[in-house]
Design a protein around this ligand. Structure first.
Ligand code: GDP
Length: 320
């Protein structure tokens, strides 16, 4: 059995940890959000890709879901001492993590497509799964907010996701979310082949607006997925996201922040929604197949159990 997983950089990687324990890694393909990729000074950052690479190589720092566990910060601390008006060390990046980012930057500057670089890194880490960026083109999530200026005028401002979530800590009156350039972007051929050849697609419990919608904004991917059986795991339990800004962004897009809102967001493409035991009472509002189980992944046992529940759900669908 082959699965194709759509992933951001926190919720879905937890599920991937479970999946890789219950099926051969080589049968897993992950298509990863790149709409939060950015340049930080001279360094190219592809945060979700790196988290997926570290997840498969068991290096991920599970406290933050970015960077390498046990990493040191000598370079970061040294660069901090070098700071001046036009030389800034913006983010706390660990030494080993920086090495991966420098590797990407080197090849990006040489003009290599991101998918080729990720494939090189996948081999360096001896990862058997396939990992593809959603596109080799530049697509960027932008958050449109409304803000009063000092004169009391309402201004509309288009923010980078990093500015919205890190600098403003998500405190903003969100009007809309866009995936800049997605109309002109195409999927990587290998990713489309993987979708075509997989048994089913799993939309992991990542942020629907900032991690999954950018992937689905690539037309070829959305089209390829339409012909497949698709399971989505809700990132929302009760009336809030397990973590991060999914709630505020779903509300801004006009969806309720609950399992029914997740269903409505995905309804055109999914066959089955996986929801939490706590949300059993929402089933009537969900007009597709539903798997009800524990979807909060605190331990490896939780992750393995959820991965197995999804596979059992798929197999029972196949018998219908
Ligand atoms: P990002 O790229 O760091 O924003 O991460 P993702 O988009 O991959 O994941 C963020 C989403 O994961 C949030 O909306 C969380 O609600 C969800 N999430 C985090 N941990 C869990 C979990 O244990 N279970 C479920 N169901 N969702 C989770």
């Amino acid at each position: 059995m082959k699965v194709c997983v759509l992933s951001g950089g926190t919720g879905t990687p937890k599920l991937i940890q479970g999946l890789k324990k219950v099926m051969p890694e080589k049968d897993i393909t992950v298509i990863v959000n790149t709409a939060e990729d950015t340049w930080l000074g001279d360094l190219y950052l592809s945060p979700d890709i790196d988290t997926v690479l570290y997840t498969f190589s068991d290096l991920i720092n599970e406290e933050t879901w970015y960077g390498v566990k046990g990493d040191t910060f000598t370079t970061h601390e040294t660069l901090k001492k070098f700071e001046s008006n036009d030389f800034k060390e913006f983010l706390r990046i660990g030494d080993k993590d920086r090495a991966l980012k420098m590797h990407k930057t080197h090849y990006i500057n040489k003009g290599y497509p991101l998918s080729k670089i990720v494939d090189m890194e996948r081999e360096i880490f001896n990862i058997k799964a396939n990992i593809f960026p959603m596109t080799d083109d530049n697509v960027e999530t932008k958050i449109l907010i409304k803000e009063d200026d000092e004169g009391g005028h309402k201004n509309k401002i288009l923010l980078k996701f990093h500015d919205f979530w890190i600098n403003r800590k998500g405190n903003a009156d969100v009007l809309d979310v866009f995936y800049e350039n997605s109309n002109y972007a195409s999927a990587v051929d290998g990713a489309l082949d993987a979708i075509e050849n997989c048994d089913f697609v799993i939309i992991g419990p990542s942020n629907p607006i900032t991690s999954i919608a950018p992937i689905l904004s690539i037309k070829d991917i959305k089209k390829a997925i339409k012909d497949k059986r698709v399971f989505a795991v809700s990132p929302i339990v009760g009336n809030s996201a397990v973590s991060g800004p999914a709630g505020v962004l779903m509300r801004a897009k006009g969806y309720s922040v609950d399992a029914v809102g997740v269903y409505k967001f995905y309804k055109d493409i999914i066959n089955t929604l996986v929801i939490d035991n706590a949300d059993k009472d929402k089933i009537d509002g969900i007009k597709c197949n539903v798997v009800v189980t524990n979807i909060i992944m605190n331990s490896l046992t939780d992750k393995i159990k959820l991965a197995k529940d999804i596979i059992v759900g798929y197999k029972s669908l196949d018998k219908k």
